[in-house]
Write a protein that binds this ligand. Sequence first.
Ligand SMILES: Cc1cc2nc3c(=O)[nH]c(=O)nc-3n(C[C@H](O)[C@H](O)[C@H](O)COP(=O)(O)OP(=O)(O)OC[C@H]3O[C@@H](n4cnc5c(N)ncnc54)[C@H](O)[C@@H]3O)c2cc1C
Length: 338
Amino acid sequence: VNPAREAALCALVPIDDGETHDPWAPVAFARAHADRHGGTVVAIVVGRHPDDDAGREALACGAHSVWLASHGDVGTAVATDALLVAFERAIVQPGVVAGLPGRGLFLLPAGAVGEELAARLAARFDGVPLGRCLRIEPEAGAMRIERLAYGGRIRATLATTARPLFGAVRRPPPMDMGGSVAPEAGPSVVRRLQVDLAPPPAGFVRHAQVTQRSVPLAGARVIVSGGRGMGGEAGFALLRELADCLGGVVGGSLPTVDAGWMPVTHQIGQSGKYVTPQIYLGVGVSGTPQHMAGIGPDVRIVAINKDAQADIFRIAEIGLVADWRVALPALIARLRSR
Ligand SMILES: Cc1cc2nc3c(=O)[nH]c(=O)nc-3n(C[C@H](O)[C@H](O)[C@H](O)COP(=O)(O)OP(=O)(O)OC[C@H]3O[C@@H](n4cnc5c(N)ncnc54)[C@H](O)[C@@H]3O)c2cc1C
């Protein structure tokens, strides 16, 4: 990658969305990056009616040039849709961001709005969504990105030569700012941009009824969790009966969510929910680290699995080697007879 390709860093600043904590963070982050590695920072500020103060703020945070644009409340039903339309159209206006969008680094503020916009803009421009980034540094011809993953449980480092990149960032600590002095405000530095705000055609995706019958996993005293070994809906119907007998809630492993037997809200594990019931009863669950990562350390684990070698038996306090087709009806009948 030719370093000159990074010459323009673009900070996308959504203001007035009522949610973003520090909309100016991407400007400061881009400026710190430019001070270390070269390049100029273009800020595109989009809000209802961004005024001169917004331009001054962008310069004070380190932008070399600023564009102010109004989204005019396009598609007000969803605020991020209005911002998306305005940013998307501002970026491609001739002369706004030299050489972009094809090969740039676009930064948005960390937070729900900025992260959604970063992902959706990446999709629109066939770019790479980076999620919430801690560091972004050029290294050996690639861009090296550090970010948290799996709900902050691990720190991942990615390297990519693809462009354009869209990441969400927080303001860097003052020591990373390099004492740069923002350029003076002037008529050529802060400009107003008219973007075509005709709303994009509406698309009908799908209407689906949410049929969530089960109570949330959070706070459950007993969780009955089904795995791939349950084989389908019929198995989960039995698990629900068992959970009713025990005053518990049914959860599942990732494959059961993928198969559509469980809603994703009830997936337990590394990429699902972290649960801390008193008792976890796993049926047809093998006990992979990714699943068990979602179960608190003080939980008493009970397992039913037809394979005596299943990993879950290594951590279960009580284990029953059995086919659930035999074990569950017997267990339910016993509990009901009490
Ligand atoms: C990045 C990443 C994140 C992941 N996150 C998660 C996560 O959040 N949660 C999660 O669960 N997984 C997650 N996984 C997937 C994980 O690696 C496993 O694939 C998954 O946990 C296996 O689920 P399972 O135990 O239901 O299925 P399997 O591993 O297929 O186990 C099925 C078990 O059922 C038993 N069985 C079969 N038939 C019967 C029967 N009739 N009676 C009794 N027992 C029977 C079998 O002996 C077997 O032990 C993740 C994977 C990756 C790579």
